[in-house]
Design a protein around this ligand. Sequence first.
Ligand code: P6P
Length: 332
Amino acid sequence: MPNSQMTFRQFLMQADGGKPVAGDLAFLLEDIVTACRLVSDHIRNGAFANVLGSSESTNIQGETQKKLDVIADEEFMRHCANSGRVAALVSEEVDDVHWLKEKPEAGDYLVYFDPLDGSSNVDVNLSVGSIFSIVQLAEAVTPSPEAVLRKGTEQVCAGYAIYGPSTGLVLTLGHGVHGFTQDLGTGEFLLTQPDMTVPATTSEYAINTSRAELWEAPVRRYIDECVAGKNGVRGRTFNMRWTASMVADVHRILTRGGVFLYPMDSGNASTGGKLRLMYEANPMGMIIEQAGGAASTGRARIMEVQPEGHHQRVPVILGSKDEVALIDSYHA
Ligand code: P6P
């Protein structure tokens, strides 16, 4: 029985509020999906191609690059460069902005991506992902570091691939959030989770509790109240999940609710947090908000943060909106 679900191409033909997505953006998205498909193949065949483990290099984050980090970055760089309307690429793995055009025009795209997020999980066969964010230039710009410092509210598209038990793709173009699953036979991404929504309430939180001694008081208060369970002020028991892979944690929250916290703490305050604004917090923030959730630094809406650098880090609290609102109220 052929799959009855819509293919990615068919989805794009009606994804702009029932109308086809603009051709240039559709081509770019199909190039990004091709890159994700190839990254998935590299991961699943990694053990046979000597691409697991670490490379000899480190990235601007000061992190030792996994071999697959470098390979995934190369796939994104190569495929996003296909489109004549991509002006610049910003990658977690590359220090400088990669400009593709000397004279970027109105309507061109800026693409920000984390080509392999959570890559430390690859060697232990846990879910990892690729995260991408697209901004469209409203006017021509001169290539400069400042030209890519766009607020999350300027995104026209955000998405991620998740390389887990199945290879999935989640995407928003500003008209809700839609999930696809790769059919391994054809390689096609088929629409399997249309209109994903985050339940407003939850009893599940995700945080790296090994950093508890570093937390600020509002975060400590929130987590202590969750741990206190039904005999505490929350009056119910909570569950905790932490996969050390943002894509996997966000996908779980999109699918069944929850709240994800990577807050600023005394250990990362000097860098403003751990997660990166342009290619982790902003795209995930757009996805979560489009699904009816909230995404905050604890003190401001993530997508309103004015970037000061394309590798800038921010605190991230996102997911079920009632929980995010409560955590924000503790920060106030
Ligand atoms: P920790 C992965 O390195 C990552 O950027 C996110 O995917 C993940 O949520 C976080 O860092 C994990 O951080 O401190 O638990 O290793």
